[in-house]
Design a protein around this ligand. Structure first.
Ligand code: NDP
Length: 536
């Protein structure tokens, strides 16, 4: 069956409710007439809105003072959680809490820091079902995938915990026999960690544990669309026993992010999001020379050579673009196919696209949920309109799936005969929209693959080991997958360059982003040096 029917979709006019409970405990989600639940959250007929109007600052839950906003469940299209924006004063309080926690945390042994990080990983695994469900309500991604990503997040916490007591410096043999020289890796201080809405806890796992393991403290701001799971993580941070101020969580929209990243007492920014936002942050950061890591978007090429095993390459192409409804930075959104296999591949991919099961993201059978929010759906629709206008051939999709009009669903969409000058070949869509391009030679494939402003990821499918490595060497991207796509590992560094950002996350490279090198020199001689010439 092509589409799963949705049994219930509340329209935008469905009853909204403001629960006004202000406390750290968990809140219930219920269906009943207007009553107060045992835990104190209000309910109205229809949907209960859970109260998340709290920030974690210095291990205290405090209310944000910048006004309220709601988080909309993209599947039901009803408000389901309410948050508060962090005002500039709230941001300053969170930064001050992180600053005052820094000296003691920096001096805490790597072993003891690791124990807390490991405890947090254990708690995430204990609560994995709840955390995954919260993320699904916020971003509409299928709960199976959110659970998988949170399990991966816990793995990344453990990887960085393992590095906390292994940040060795070096001793340097100098020209001068009498001078001893050694380096140490020092933490930077207070880190601002900003995540996008597609995978809040997994993206945070690339930032928080390396920052903590290296001895930094943190202020976290998730996207306004998906703040709940990070606040739920805050509960686990308290339970794990981190000292006050080591990890702080604020919520809010762009204003809160701007206040945080332009704060003079921030020592490091780690940002995941779009390139336009990154440019704004970079401009703010320039005022204080704040170092930053930027994990941005992509327009990644997934290349099928004529000698590819299509039984693996076709699912690889589908995974590349339709997993998470294409809302992944590494989406293989450009499929480059050799002319000899072109028609066959276009037909097979389109057929697979039509079989994707769309529906309730909480249902374990569902393969694709709705897009994350209405503004994003509009952006995807505009990209589809632009592709049609530029002359790309629509093979399947392009609209809401049958029976799902007036929802946030977009059918898995395949455009063929795309050329590099089309907007679909150049601009990130961040949705389930595939651009298929044809090539005839290896060098043409490389030229097309490298012909965008992005350089995040790439993939290629070939049975010829020489060709695979030769082409991989020429692809301009931070990651190159051969005969696989979208595979991740805690040990493997991840990140891009050009408009895809800079810096690396995960792997040993990932922790170095949160350190600076200090060099120390000791003169063992008793000689008095000439003060007017450079000592060597
Ligand atoms: P945005 O750039 O809109 O937002 C990212 C984060 O920045 C959000 O928390 C956002 O808050 C915050 N923000 C917005 N404006 C500012 C500002 N002026 N100063 C500081 N922070 C600000 O990206 P999206 O959330 O829409 O995410 C989609 C993008 O993220 C895509 O380009 C995607 O490719 C990229 N991405 C990259 C990944 C990678 O690892 N390379 C992984 C995942 C996504 P708010 O949402 O509240 O406005």
């Amino acid at each position: 069956m092509a589409w799963l029917a949705l049994e219930r979709l509340d329209g935008p006019a469905s009853p909204r409710l403001r629960a006004r409970r202000f406390a750290a405990g968990r809140l219930t989600f219920g269906w009943s007439d207007c009553t107060t639940s045992r835990q104190g959250s209000l309910r109205l007929e229809g949907t209960a809105v859970e109260d998340y109007t709290r920030h974690l600052v210095g291990n205290e839950w405090v209310r944000g003072s910048g006004g309220e906003y709601e988080s909309i469940n993209p599947f039901t299209r009803s408000a389901w959680a309410v948050h508060t924006h962090a005002s500039e004063a709230d941001v300053s309080r969170a930064v001050a809490a992180a600053r005052s926690a820094f000296p003691a945390w920096r001096q805490t042994s790597g072993y003891d820091r690791a124990r807390l990080i490991l405890r947090l990983a254990d708690l995430m695994e204990r609560d994995i079902d709840r955390l995954a469900e919260l993320e699904t309500r916020d971003n509409g991604k299928i709960v199976r995938e959110n659970k998988n990503q949170i399990a991966f997040a816990a793995r990344i916490y453990r990887f960085f915990a393992g590095l906390a007591d292994k940040l060795n410096g070096e001793t340097k043999p100098l020209d001068n026999y009498d001078t001893v020289d050694y380096t140490v890796r020092e933490p930077l201080g207070v880190c601002a960690l900003i995540t996008a809405w597609n995978s809040p806890l997994q993206l945070l796992a690339n930032k928080l544990p390396p920052a903590l393991a290296a001895g930094n403290t943190a202020v976290i701001k998730p996207s306004e669309f998906t703040g709940v799971s990070t606040l739920a993580l805050g509960e686990l941070i308290l339970e794990a026993g981190f000292p006050p101020g080591v990890i702080n969580v604020i919520t809010g929209a762009a204003g809160a992010g701007a206040a945080l990243t332009s704060h003079p007492d921030i020592d490091k920014i780690s940002f995941t999001g779009g390139v336009e936002t990154a440019r704004l942050i970079a401009a703010n950061a320039a005022a204080h020379m704040t170092p930053a890591t930027y994990e941005l978007g992509g327009k990644s090429a997934n290349i099928i050579f004529p000698d590819a095993d299509l039984d693996r390459a076709i699912p690889g192409a589908v995974a590349g673009i339709f997993a998470a409804a294409g809302q992944t930075c590494v989406a293989g959104s450009r499929l480059l196919v050799h002319a000899d296999r072109y028609d066959e591949v276009v037909e097979a991919v389109a057929k697979r696209a039509q079989l994707v099961r769309l529906g309730d993201p909480m249902d374990p059978q569902t393969q694709m949920g709705p897009l994350a929010h209405s503004g994003h759906l509009t952006r995807v629709q505009r990209a589809i309109a632009a592709a049609l206008e530029d002359g790309a051939r629509l093979v399947t999709g392009g609209t809401a799936p049958p029976g799902l009009h007036d929802t946030l669903f977009m059918a898995p969409t395949v455009f063929a005969d795309v050329t590099s000058d089309m907007r679909l070949a150049q601009q990130e869509v961040f949705g389930p929209v595939l651009a298929v391009q044809q090539f005839r030679t290896d060098s043409e494939a490389i030229e097309i693959a490298n012909g965008t402003g992005y350089a995040l990821a790439s993939g290629l499918w070939s049975s010829d080991i020489t060709r695979a490595h030769r082409v991989a060497k020429e692809l301009r991207a931070g990651t190159c997958w051969i005969n696989t796509y979208r595979t991740s590992a805690a040990q493997a560094p991840f990140g891009g360059f050009r408009n895809s950002g800079y810096g690396r996350e995960r792997g040993t490279d990932g922790i170095l982003e949160y350190t600076t090198t200090k060099n120390t020199m000791i003169d063992l001689s008793t000689a008095v040096r000439d003060p007017f010439v450079l000592g060597r």
